[in-house]
Design a protein around this ligand. Structure first.
Ligand SMILES: [Zn+2]
Length: 448
């Protein structure tokens, strides 16, 4: 039997409310919420003045395992995740080998069972090469299919760029189709213009003009039209422009939506004004765009056109990032700081604590139809995070847990602190101390 914990007198942020209560964890489960008297078999945690959130579920990460483990792996990056209050994640298919078959997918589950401190799930990769096989698969085996990151291995692997492939996929696929939405042809035309002007070393502030609003908007519009035509279940990954937000609906509840979308935390946090200071460290695909886009994304998140917040956590070594424009790798590590960033927006009066719980936990569980997770409810898994809203600290090399050892947030002072994180009732992160004796488990879901 697992150790029991009684959290006393804590402000519980859940399902649109904040209420001070006690909460009992035993055998991995939230046993009871209410007034609870302690017994000798409970470790008591005094929650006075602190806030309890459902554990963050990150719907898009690249933990690099297997095959790219010089950047990160399922142990190093999940340590960073739980230190940031993240208790579950969905990893993308561009590990090496790319996750294009069920056998490779199962291998990832095996590695995660051995190494991951958080609960896990994995997208199956889809491209023109494996489409016919994917359409024959039993969808209960994977949480969704995605093309994200696969274009790094082979040009032309972006679904958004292959209307014929996409048409066939949308007509036949019963699972969630999560796509990276940029029109490569527009990007390539823009690249040629800037290459002619600057050679290899294009100033990075042109990145959002090369990977332009038009490239994003046209791809997203086309994907939505196709999804509507076939009644497919489409999820657009990491939205970056204000213009695209108007393509999404908020007049129906999330569990009734066929078309959903997300914003990654860096597209809310940074804008093109930061390229000057941070250079290629904030080179992402799709790109960080203007302040107006950033504000439009937050607005759409708050009015439910955008459903969830993810990180697209994508570690690279500093050396891989600090190359000239065309060689500098796109993506950056974010998973340790996503909750802190959203809580900064709360401090600025831009979002409520209840909305943070909704967009980073409840809605991820609803969108991906996860079982017994994403909410603070009796009989649900005890995936929980305790937060101190009045404790400041600064991101520095000394407290970054990523294997790559750097963060675009270095030097940033956060006004809130992740104190403790429970995964399946195990106190995996306790004020900087890790208990790695128990590993995360595969997240169960319904996918059809
Ligand atoms: Zn990604």
């Amino acid at each position: 039997m697992q150790k029991g914990y009684l959290i006393k007198n804590i402000s519980i942020v859940n399902e649109g409310q904040i209420k001070v209560n006690d909460l009992l964890i035993a055998d991995g489960i939230i046993q009871k919420i209410g007034t609870i008297y302690s017994s000798p078999d409970h470790t008591v945690i005094d929650g006075t003045g602190k806030y309890l959130f459902p554990g963050i579920i990150d719907g898009q990460v690249h933990f690099r395992d297997p095959g790219l483990t010089h950047k990160g792996d399922l142990h190093s990056e999940t340590r960073a995740a739980v230190a940031g209050g993240v208790t579950g994640f969905i990893d993308m298919p561009n590990t090496v080998p790319n996750v294009l078959t069920v056998e490779i997918l199962e291998e990832k589950y095996r590695i995660a069972a051995e190494k991951s401190l958080a609960n896990y799930s994995f997208f199956l990769g889809v491209n023109g090469d494996n489409l016919d096989e994917v359409l024959k698969l039993d969808t209960s085996k994977f949480i969704g299919v995605s093309d994200d990151g696969l274009y790094f291995t082979k040009k032309g692997n972006l679904l958004a760029d292959n209307p014929a492939t996409m048409e066939k996929l949308f007509a036949g696929c019963k699972s969630i189709i999560a796509i990276h939405s940029e029109k490569e042809q527009i990007v390539e035309e823009n690249e040629a213009i800037y290459k002619a002007k600057y050679g290899e070393d294009v100033p990075v502030e042109f990145h959002p003009i090369i990977r332009s609003e038009k490239a994003c908007f046209e791809a997203t519009k086309r994907a939505i039209d196709l999804a509507n035509k076939y009644h497919a279940r489409l999820h657009i990954l990491h939205l970056t422009t204000e213009a695209e937000t108007h393509l999404f609906r908020n007049d129906i509840p999330l569990d009734k939506k066929n078309i959903t979308t997300e914003v990654s935390v860096h597209h809310l946090w940074f804008s093109d004004e930061d390229y000057n200071r941070l250079g290629t460290l904030i080179k992402w695909n799709p790109a960080i765009k203007t302040k107006r886009d950033k504000e439009g994304l937050l607005k759409a998140l708050l009015d439910n056109r955008i459903d969830i917040v993810t990180t697209d956590h994508a570690p690279h070594t500093l050396e891989e990032k600090q190359r000239p424009y065309f060689q500098s790798m796109s993506g950056a590590p974010m998973v340790q700081h996503s909750l802190n960033i959203m809580l900064e927006f709360y401090k600025q009066g831009l979002i409520s604590l209840e909305q943070i719980a909704e967009k980073m936990s409840h809605n991820v569980a609803i969108l991906y139809r996860m079982h017994q997770r994403g909410f603070i409810r009796e009989a649900y898994f005890a995936d929980l995070v305790i937060v101190d809203l009045d404790s400041s600290w600064t991101v520095s090399k000394e407290n970054i847990l990523y294997k790559c050892g750097w963060s675009p947030c270095e030097g940033t002072r956060f006004q809130t602190k992740i104190v403790q994180t429970f995964v399946n009732g195990n106190l995996v992160f306790d004020n900087g101390i890790f208990d790695e004796s128990l590993k995360g488990v595969a997240i169960e879901f319904t996918n059809q």
